[in-house]
Design a protein around this ligand. Structure first.
Ligand code: ADP
Ligand code: MG
Ligand code: ZN
Length: 280
């Protein structure tokens, strides 16, 4: 033990042999060490958020670039939709805490899917783990799973969405749902309602026939927790395209964190989590 000590020029903290920090990280300024670990955690969390969004969020390729700003105010209806989505995404934490969703109703081609995707993209960036799904596709996947083995992953198609922080269900207004289908939808919507988890839905319906399409009990719960936006007008499909880079950018592969150690500034390299496993 030399008992040698140094002083961090940034934090003014004396550290070294004579003054080991409580976590035994001797020879590094404890404040630098704390900041480095904080940066590393945020770096890893950003990678996890991006990876989830890329592989598990269900966002269709066409909507990877969707942000609230992608919704162009081309018509009165689009203006209202854009404003609603801007407002909704302005404070996702408040929406999450309150369990507030969005209910988008109207004919095809009016930006409902675009709006759902832009919210889920933003939510995936905010806290990760959020999902977009097309309701009839979920049902089809679930049913296909019943013809597979008992542990067929597809049997979890709906179950695995129960607890995601923000869930968007698209194409809810499909005619001819069976009792089984209604039961599955009710179980999902009701669970999220009870847990105050935000659910956003879009339906090719009218405010008048929506309750019949999804069932009164589902409709009641959604109306209580969702701001309803009715879109109208001529389809914008094919008239506007969403362009631009992915809504979530992949964080860099490496992060350099700087600490004052043993009397000098040292750079430490932090690698993206699981990089080895996913490297092509
Ligand atoms: N207000 C808008 N601004 C930009 N693009 C739009 C707008 N409304 C619709 N679109 C585009 O038109 C197409 C159809 O929109 P979509 O969201 O699929 O409609 P819906 O889900 O209501 O049927 C998509 O390519 C979408 O990006
Ligand atoms: Mg749609
Ligand atoms: Zn320091």
């Amino acid at each position: 033990m030399s008992g040698e000590t140094w002083t961090c020029p940034e934090h003014g903290i004396e550290y070294g042999d004579g003054k080991p920090d409580p976590r035994q990280l001797t020879w590094t300024c404890p404040a630098c060490e704390r900041e480095a670990q904080c940066q590393q955690r945020e770096f890893e969390a950003a990678h996890r958020r991006h990876r989830w969004w890329d592989r598990n969020s269900g966002i269709p390729a066409r909507y990877r670039a969707a942000t609230p700003a992608s919704i162009q105010p081309l018509t009165t209806s689009a203006k209202a939709l854009a404003r609603a989505v801007e407002g909704y995404t302005a404070d996702l934490k408040a929406r999450y805490d309150a369990g507030d969703g969005l209910l988008l109703i109207g004919p095809p081609g009016l930006g409902k899917t675009l709006a759902l995707a832009s919210v889920i993209n933003a939510a995936c960036d905010w806290r990760g783990g959020c999902a977009y799904a097309v309701w009839p596709d979920l049902l089809a996947e679930l049913k296909a799973g019943f013809s597979g083995p008992k542990d067929d992953d597809r049997r979890q198609a709906i179950e695995r969405l129960r607890d995601v922080p923000f869930l968007a269900l698209d194409e809810l207004g499909v005619r001819g749902m069976s009792d089984f289908d209604h039961g599955e939808l009710f179980a999902l919507v009701d669970y999220r309602y009870r847990e105050t988890l935000p659910t956003l839905v879009a339906a090719n319906a009218t405010p008048a026939n929506f309750p019949t399409m999804v069932g009164e009990r589902v409709s009641d719960r959604l109306k209580e927790t969702c701001a309803q936006i009715v879109v109208a007008g001529d389809s914008l499909r094919g008239r506007v395209a969403i362009t631009g880079p992915d809504a979530l950018t992949r964080p860099p592969e490496e992060l350099i964190v700087r600490t004052h150690s043993h009397g000098q500034w040292r750079d430490r390299k932090v690698y993206a989590p699981d990089e080895g496993r996913f490297r092509a």
